[in-house]
Design a protein around this ligand. Structure first.
Ligand SMILES: Nc1ncnc2c1ncn2[C@@H]1O[C@H](COP(=O)(O)OP(=O)(O)OP(=O)(O)O)[C@@H](O)[C@H]1O
Ligand SMILES: [Mg+2]
Length: 352
């Protein structure tokens, strides 16, 4: 194998390694400087924005791992050249994804309160209004976006030749979910650090293109995914979904405290399953107590962004892969989501 062939192979693997601070792959940032012979070995010289040894070690480990997989008949030395010009690019993008304007996380303290339902309908509603929207289902233990978007079971993920993943497009939304990577029966054994890595890949290795909104549907609670998200990227804000009864509210309080700790602005609260209108007599009852979301919003000084009813159609439409804003585009719930869009935009603007 000659040097040129090896160089070409190396350039290919660089597309699959994300730079820890620049958040782009090593090919995009032109990290390759040269490959040269040095005695028995090959010396690979890469560009890095800083002298930071820890960062260089992390990069070297990532490159070595990929090199090992190539199984080339050569031993490598990896060296770094500091290029301060790259630093300027870093400051420009910061912890953001190029081309993505707003990142909104949907969280809750408690499971089953309707996060995924809210995230799916919000994403579709935004797309219906003409926005470019992406959605990440970051719930590794119970991914549900596949079903909600009518893409059931394991899907064939496609790359674009440069080690990036193509998202699926359904209902006008670009979508990526853990459910595409697992078969229905597969148990999930990923632990903390791996979860962080997986979320990082969803953020930076998926070809999102230009997006007005990227919505992240979080798993319930305040675990590793939430914590690593705060470290990996600058989230523009979180919306907290809760049901109005006390226990759920206490859990939501925990979620609020966590987002505050990781410095993600709380855009507001969405109260779900707040009221029930009897389909026959039209009597409205508040199954899970009254005004819970309101009082919590007041306590934390954040707005109550929406109060959604409990409706059989909301559940059924989600199960059938046609979320309610699609199934009933002129219904009360679809209108509530339109109003929600405006409030969200106002709230994001406040924190800018
Ligand atoms: N307003 C509503 N009316 C009726 N059913 C609803 C409503 N909101 C959610 N549901 C149903 O409740 C169930 C749980 O909702 P969903 O999966 O959205 O919650 P989640 O908070 O994402 O749950 P998890 O914590 O497991 O991720 C689903 O079957 C969903 O269809
Ligand atoms: Mg969910």
């Amino acid at each position: 194998m000659n040097l040129q062939t090896i160089e070409a192979e190396i350039k290919k693997i660089l597309t699959g390694i994300i730079h820890p601070s620049l958040r782009q792959n090593l090919a995009e940032i032109n990290a390759f400087v040269r490959l040269e012979e040095e005695g028995e070995k090959l010396r690979l010289v890469l560009r890095n924005p800083s002298e930071n040894r820890k960062e260089q070690i992390e990069l070297e480990a990532a490159v070595r791992k990929q090199l090992a997989a190539l199984d080339l008949p050569a031993k490598f030395k990896i060296r770094f050249e500091v290029d301060p010009a790259m630093k300027a690019a870093e400051e420009e993008t910061g912890n953001r994804i190029r081309g993505v304007k707003n990142i909104i996380a949907v969280g809750s303290g408690k499971g089953g309160v309707g996060k995924s339902t809210v995230a799916a309908n919000l994403a579709i509603s935004l797309a219906q209004s003409g926005h470019k929207v992406g959605l990440i289902d970051a719930d590794i233990y119970g991914p549900s976006m596949g079903r909600m978007f009518g893409l059931i079971g394991k899907q064939e993920l496609r790359g674009d030749g440069a080690n990036t993943i193509q998202p699926f497009t359904a209902h006008g939304v670009k979508l990526i979910s853990f459910s595409f990577m697992l078969s229905q029966e597969q148990a999930v054994v990923w632990r903390g650090p791996m979860l962080g890595k997986a979320v990082e890949q969803f953020l930076f290795q998926v070809s999102w293109g230009e997006l007005d909104y990227l919505i992240i549907d979080l798993p319930p609670g305040t675990g590793d995914v939430q914590l690593s998200l705060g470290q990996i990227i600058e989230v523009d804000g979180a919306v907290i979904v809760t049901t109005p009864q006390n226990v759920a509210l206490q859990d939501a309080t925990r979620a609020i405290t966590m987002f505050m700790e990781i410095k993600v602005p709380i855009l507001g609260i969405i109260e779900n399953m707040a009221s029930f209108e009897c389909p026959n007599c039209k009597h409205v009852s508040h199954i899970f107590s009254h005004n819970g979301g309101d009082s919590m919003a007041a306590r934390y000084g954040v707005p109550l962004l929406a109060s959604l009813p409990i409706q059989q159609q909301i559940m059924e439409s989600g199960e059938e892969g046609q979320p309610i804003v699609l199934a009933e585009p002129d219904g009360t719930v679809a209108r509530a989501f339109q109003a929600l869009q405006e409030r969200l935009a106002e709230q994001i603007a406040k924190y800018r």
